[in-house]
Design a protein. Structure first.
Length: 277
């Protein structure tokens, strides 16, 4: 039940139909007796700067979750960004501080990497390919670099996005070998689909799966369904996989700490979540 005392967390993005977070956070808040709610708010790109400014004026708002297509543009609209967000070049969380200033942070990459490690996959010294170098792809790349991978290939339909991310990675991780321009998955230990491909039934696969080894770990960020066409193709080859919602469940404990609601575990979240995964 939402009351006049309820603390609000906006969930900003467009469109909102595929949002999963409210169906995870809100059951958890209820199970813990926390009077807070995550509320989806659809904001088109042209209206986003004004929407961010309006957050400062809401007295019962703790902050916002940020999703596509606003993760990159958020960086220039807040007062401060964390180092993680700066490296990633994108943010997916905004904290409204008591003085009215906005702090942005980034948890996509941490969630993805924690999920991979929880599955017993070593990352240090590995070769990885990240396809899609927008907000979520940049975040995952930054966290993979922090986890100690040795080589990272970046691919995006807009080469400038890959080049910019490569520059930031090389600045912060000078020993990391970074290449751009190829989406060939052959020879990599981990490949990541950080594009929207898989959200629509007629989407092509983001990788040529004939070029993928059965030992390659295949990670997905699309959450519209648990087993996307990419993951189905990966399973058919015997590849270990990570579904999109795994990243979400792994990052939520960090979000909760950021917003001041304590912490939890992915298992606790899954136990009360009202989504299929």
């Amino acid at each position: 039940m939402i009351s006049g005392k309820t603390i609000l967390i906006a969930h900003l993005g467009y469109p909102t139909e595929s949002f999963k977070a409210p169906m995870i956070y809100n059951p958890w808040f209820e199970s813990k007796g926390i009077d807070a709610v995550v509320m989806p708010m659809g904001v088109k790109p042209e209206d986003y700067p004004a929407a961010i400014e309006s957050l400062r004026k809401m007295t019962n708002l703790r902050g916002a979750l940020v999703t596509m297509p606003h993760k990159v543009s958020t960086m220039s609209l807040v007062d401060e960004v964390t180092p993680t967000a700066s490296i990633a070049g994108a943010a997916n969380a905004i904290l409204l501080r008591p003085d009215g200033t906005l702090l942005a942070d980034q948890f996509d990459g941490a969630g993805f990497v924690r999920g991979v490690l929880r599955k017993g996959q070593a990352l240090e010294g590995k070769r990885v390919l990240v396809s899609g170098n927008g907000g979520v792809g940049c975040a995952i790349a930054a966290s993979l670099a922090a986890a100690g991978v040795a080589e990272m290939a970046l691919f995006d339909n807009f080469p400038a996005s890959s080049d910019a991310l490569a520059g930031r990675l090389k600045t912060h991780y000078p020993n990391l070998l970074v290449t751009t321009g190829s989406n060939d998955p052959a020879g990599f230990d981990l490949i990541v689909n950080a594009t929207p491909l898989g959200m629509k039934p007629d989407d092509p696969l983001p990788f040529d799966m004939d070029r993928v080894s059965p030992s390659t770990f295949v990670g997905e960020v699309v959450m519209k369904q648990a087993i996307t066409p990419l993951l189905a193709a990966a399973q058919a080859k015997g590849c270990p996989i990570q579904v999109g919602t795994d990243m979400l469940f792994e990052m939520i404990p960090a979000y909760l700490e950021f917003f001041g609601f304590g912490t939890t575990t992915p298992d606790e979240l899954r136990a009360v979540a009202q989504i299929s995964y």
